[in-house]
Design a protein around this ligand. Structure first.
Ligand code: HEC
Length: 145
């Protein structure tokens, strides 16, 4: 084969690999809110009474004044800071838990690098339960008060 031709074959081969790898990654990122645990039926869910205790146990070790550098510049130890979000901006949409990034992350959907708490962590903090996720969803759906 002419050297120029074989070079272009290598180029085409490498480009197809890149495209394939990319589409595999895109698949990994798919988020399907239908697979999230349903919102809790409880009414009047608030940060202070229902959410803060969950965050304290499962998120504060990395996202509060307890750590010198909160991960992703996100603090979850006050309602105000929680709503403000981290380096990527707000992680929730008031009134719409299905569209809230944070909910996909705690449901372990989408990009595995963003699962929260990270599946492997020093403190061995476990994934939130369906009940806890349901409460967080209800809280967001009710306006994140
Ligand atoms: C063991 C440490 C650890 C725990 C526990 C943890 N996170 Fe994280 N979190 C991280 C790290 C590290 C990042 C930054 C990831 C990055 O920048 O790629 C992050 C980033 C985030 C972000 C994105 C912030 C931004 O704007 O970039 C959200 C939202 C988040 N975490 C929510 C939570 C929630 C909710 C909990 C508790 C249920 C939690 N995390 C528990 C380590 C943790």
């Amino acid at each position: 084969m002419h050297p120029m031709l074989s070079k272009s074959f290598i180029f085409i081969f490498v480009s197809s690999c890149v495209v394939l790898a990319h589409s595999a990654l895109a698949d990994d990122k798919k988020v399907d809110p239908k697979l999230f645990p349903p919102p809790a039926t409880k009414e009047g869910v608030t940060y202070a009474t229902d959410i803060q205790p969950i965050f304290e146990k499962s998120c504060y070790p990395c996202h509060s004044a307890k750590t010198e550098k909160p991960k992703g510049k996100l603090r979850l130890d006050t309602l105000e800071l929680t709503l403000k979000g981290g380096e990527d901006g707000p992680a929730l949409v008031k009134g719409d838990s299905a569209k809230s990034v944070m909910v996909a992350q705690i449901c372990y959907q989408g990009d595995a690098d963003d699962y929260m708490p990270p599946p492997k962590n020093k403190g061995n903090i476990k994934q939130l339960t369906k009940e806890q996720i349901g409460l967080i969803r209800a809280w967001i759906d009710q306006g994140a008060k």
